[in-house]
Design a protein around this ligand. Structure first.
Ligand code: NIG
Ligand code: FE
Length: 426
């Protein structure tokens, strides 16, 4: 699989026609705008027309297209955006999953040197090639589930050399993969063995961040702001230092306790505040005022047997609502459709809200903003289907977007196009 690029493909035409519905993005006063009995034409990678199938096929006859996909009885959606993953790691923690089912908590496992610290040991032992190979396998599975844009965090190195190796692995895997990857530096993911938190925060700021900035791969800087990990002041120091190095903040906030990570995300104008299981209406208002995108990770609640986050305060505050997989060794799901199903069944999102959360709103969590600083999903089109924007789409083996959560536990994705080119087909 190669990225699109080079010359000679400007006339390449992809036509997906006779679809039962085409979901194009957020609607005016409704979560989604949907065209029925519709088609989409993509020329040279960008969408050129979306509309009634008979009209579109008159202008772009299937027999003249480079690629023509008959979508009879099926739905077309924007490619999914997964704005929170820890997809580059090594080792196996399936035994911890089993231990948690017998009653062990995530924090107990962490205190015994398991959890993140165990993955760190496995990553430090893995070669660069192995890390790229593992990540590529994960990206292939994500793509097969419809993800065309994703964020990937470092954070299993916890020393300068290994954090740089993880970011380099992300960069190498991304170069040969159809998924658009947004790399995040997360040196402040845990306090490594033998360090105290303040001393480690100094290392992240004085050694890791300058090296990460010089390497020039990471776009975001994330921190695990949590009781027993990094407190609000330590998190603020990391995020401000990251900002000085040109990295946009993101925060793991209120996952196990309400520590104040959401207010911090608002204060530093982070791209997103993520998890939010214990966030309040006050927190939602702070995000609404500052344009920080709340990002929900219902797979984590599912894996830990926790209560799901409540989207109601965020609806009331009028924020976007983004969904992500949080794919990591503690939450081993690479499937956005599964996150969508949990968003509906666990959090009470409507199917349309959940699809919007996994597409246009998820793109906002990756800071796809316009020059005025306003979050604007139309600025580059990720997570939407619009004329003049990239033709990143999925065709599902079902008649409507509602079937994505309705058919929970199976993969509804049949065909994935990146800039109009078929990059996955079942
Ligand atoms: O977002 N909460 C912190 N980080 C990850 C879990 C990482 C791990 O357990 O390996 C998360 O859930
Ligand atoms: Fe996470």
């Amino acid at each position: 699989m190669q990225k699109n690029g080079g010359t000679g493909m400007t006339d390449r035409t992809t036509l997906v026609y006779d679809a039962n519905e085409v979901v194009v993005g957020p609607g005016d006063g409704s979560p989604l705008t949907i065209h029925e009995d519709a088609a989409i034409a993509i020329v040279g990678g960008d969408v050129v027309a979306i509309g009634p199938s008979d009209e579109i096929t008159r202008e772009y006859p299937p027999e003249n297209a480079t690629t023509a996909i008959d979508a009879t009885g099926r739905a077309i959606l924007p490619g999914f955006v997964d704005p929170h993953t820890h997809a580059v790691f090594a080792g196996d923690r399936s035994d911890e999953f089993a231990a948690k089912l017998r009653g062990k908590t995530y924090q107990e496992i962490h205190e015994e040197g398991g959890g993140i610290l165990r993955t760190v040991r496995a990553v430090r032992e893995a070669s660069d090639e192995r890390l790229v190979e593992i990540l590529t396998e994960h990206l292939d599975t994500m793509l097969a589930h419809g993800t065309t844009t994703a964020e990937v965090k470092s954070g299993y190195g916890l020393d300068t050399d290994t954090e740089l190796r993880l970011l380099a692995a992300i960069d190498r895997a991304a170069a040969d993969h159809p998924i658009d990857i947004h790399p995040t530096f997360m040196g402040a993911h845990a306090v490594p063995e033998g360090h105290d938190a303040d001393e480690y925060v100094d290392e992240v700021i004085d050694e890791q961040l300058p090296a990460v900035a010089e390497q020039g791969i990471a776009a975001f800087c994330d921190v695990f702001c949590e009781e027993g990990v990094f407190d609000v002041e330590q998190s603020r120091r990391v995020l401000e230092a990251g900002r000085e190095q040109g990295l946009t903040p993101k925060v793991h906030a209120e996952e196990f306790t309400r520590l104040g990570g959401t207010q911090l995300a608002a204060e530093v104008e982070a791209a997103s505040a993520d998890h939010l299981l214990h966030a309040t209406r006050e927190d939602a208002d702070a995000l609404a005022e500052t344009g920080v995108v709340p990002t929900f990770l219902p797979g984590t609640a599912f894996a830990l047997g926790e209560e799901y986050a409540d989207p109601e305060p965020f609806r009331a505050a009028g924020t976007p609502i983004a969904l992500a997989t949080d794919f990591n060794p503690n939450c081993h799901s690479r499937s956005v459709p599964f996150a969508v199903a949990l968003g509906c069944v666990g959090m009470g999102l409507t199917p349309a809200e959940a699809i919007r959360a996994a597409t246009a709103d998820a793109a906002q969590a990756l800071d796809r903003r316009d020059d005025s600083g306003q979050a604007d999903p139309s600025s580059d089109g990720a997570g939407t289907l619009q004329e003049g924007r990239p033709g990143d789409l999925v065709v599902i083996d079902a008649p409507s977007h509602v079937h994505v959560p309705y058919r929970f536990g199976e993969n509804p994705v049949r065909t994935v196009c990146k800039e109009g080119e078929i990059v996955h087909e079942r």
